[in-house]
Design a protein around this ligand. Structure first.
Ligand code: HEM
Length: 181
């Protein structure tokens, strides 16, 4: 199925259809207030997550004096963890609200992969190695983290503005593809 005009890898359609016809989805579908609440929660969680991530990463890169961040580091780290959890749960809510529309977005699967990459990058170095001198490779991980979360934002924005190809456009799209073969 290629409703957005790109043949990008996506979550299997059978799985999306099963979620779309599941009881919880049929129950919430059409409730604009629930959809709005998921979206508001998701966007607020994203802001609360990205803000501290950027501050912590800039401190790791030395672009903000680490000593000025030190007094609030523990609070920022807690905020990142809580906001991340809320972003995941509200994101799942948004997805379940419209599994086919959201799941087939060109950048939906890449976004999920990027979130896993960003999460794994944040686990390094392990707690035992966080004492003592900071290895220079820490800057590499901080840069990777910033790049990854920026890409998650770009993918999310793309998904939001992407609309299904209308049938008229889709036939001219197919012709264009045929002629380019
Ligand atoms: C920390 C991780 C995440 C970040 C930074 C993030 C970011 C965003 C942003 C900024 C938007 C709004 C886009 C716009 O209105 O232009 C959005 C929408 C959305 N997010 Fe997330 N998100 C995250 C995690 C997730 C997860 C884990 C899921 C699903 C399992 C998810 C599912 C969605 C859905 C379905 C939308 C509506 C747009 C669409 O159809 O894709 N998000 N996200």
């Amino acid at each position: 199925m290629d409703i957005y005009g790109f043949s990008a890898p996506h979550i299997p359609v059978d799985l999306l259809a099963a979620i779309a016809t599941s009881e919880p989805r049929l129950w919430i579908y059409g409730m604009d207030a629930v959809h709005g609440a998921f979206r508001l929660t998701h966007l607020c969680a994203v802001v609360a997550f990205l803000g501290p991530v950027i501050v912590l990463n800039l401190a790791q890169l030395g672009l903000i004096a680490p000593s000025s961040v030190q007094p609030v580091r523990a609070a920022l780290t807690r905020m990142v963890k809580v906001a991340f959890g809320i972003a995941i749960v509200s994101g799942l809510g948004l997805f379940v609200y419209d599994p086919i529309g959201a799941g087939l977005h060109t950048m939906f699967l890449p976004k999920l992969v990027l979130i896993v990459v960003g999460y794994l990058a944040a686990q390094w170095p392990p707690a035992a190695l966080r004492q003592g001198p900071r290895p220079p490779i820490r800057r590499v991980f901080a840069s990777l983290s910033l790049l990854t979360w920026l890409s998650v934002m770009a993918a999310s924005t793309w998904n939001h503005i992407e609309h299904p190809v209308n049938p008229g456009e889709s036939s001219s799209l197919d012709e264009g593809r045929e002629s380019s073969r």
